[in-house]
Unconditional design. Sequence first.
Length: 420
Amino acid sequence: MHRSPLFWIISAALVLRIAAAGWLQHDLDFNKKRPFLIMGDAEGYWDLGRRIADGQPYELYHRSVLRMPGYPAFVAGAIQLSRAIGVSDKDHFVARVLMACVGTLACGLVAVLGRMLFDGPTGTIAASITAIAPPLVGFSVILLSETLFAATLLASLLCAARLVAAATQGKSRGRVAVWAAITGASIGLAVYVRPSWLLAAPVLAVIFVLWYSRRRPLWECLGIATILVAFAYGSLLPWAYRNFDVTGHWVWTTLWVGPSLYDGLNPQANGESNLAFFEQDRLMDRMSEYDVDRYYRQKAWDFVRDHPGQTVRLTVDKILRFWMPWPNAEQFSGLGLQIAVAAYFIPVVLAACLGWFCGPRNFWAWTLILGPILYFSAIHAVFLGSLRYRLPAEYPLCIAAAVGIRCLWKGVARPAQPAA
């Protein structure tokens, strides 16, 4: 029998996720009578995945740069696997099982990152939290990009940790440069899944220069930072070139930034998504995809300029929605589910705060595990706030919670009294 606690934790994570996949598929097939829990986004991803699997042009709703290709490519792989084993394209269970495996992988990456930044017990506790956390289990089998993005985000954090370790341990400039390149490429890989990680490369590069310049010459620090950013954006070059070929413009992410920005910054905005304006305006009938994106970007910034007070109120509302302990979407409005999510998230945040105050003073460890959730909080204070956008960052946050749990345990534990 395998004696490693981590083995049993990862096994439990996989069992829980596969069970969730089976339950959700049964509920959708026989109770809700629809293929996806969240119809709009999931249906769009599935259609794009099928087009990739069939070798058709990559477009959705006659738009060619609507979604990054990372998650649709994953869906295409699931569809091709389904076909290979004789399952219909309309059966989504194979994709859910593969997503369960990705969610389990993310738990393993949390353990590795926790071990690398702190120690083995911290990584094991963090993996335990992610293995059973209700929203992380549930979203692992919903056909959306959050869980795959979480896994790629964790991979980029692991690479960044290796870069910092190489720099801290005084490794050769060549080795530090190699890890800078790998870190940049891993960030680019995550951006292929979700574009919101795009600014992570320059942010990380600036922090690295400020930190590393105390140890090495400034020119060397700038060189490492340049390599990191160059590989991050260089990995996106094939996608940007493809977009140039299709639209005539170099687009490094998508042409949905403008409508998404205006969705959060318009006179009727309240912090949640409401794309009724897009259907009403019907700009795609008379404008190019690129021009529609630029039009809505300008309208959003015009709103900010003309309504500064309402912009501030919306920003606060979106931050509150982002940090809300329970789900705020209609699909997850059940009282039991809200209690389960809050019962997980509130203790995790409190434990993470305790870890920050009482845990080891390791600048890079805390930057890498708390940085993502603060980064996404800032990003979605501008766009839209929702628990969905917080989920990928909850994986590294659980490492901070594990540090807090260990601090609490050390505080309440008492040495054994010697026998009289």
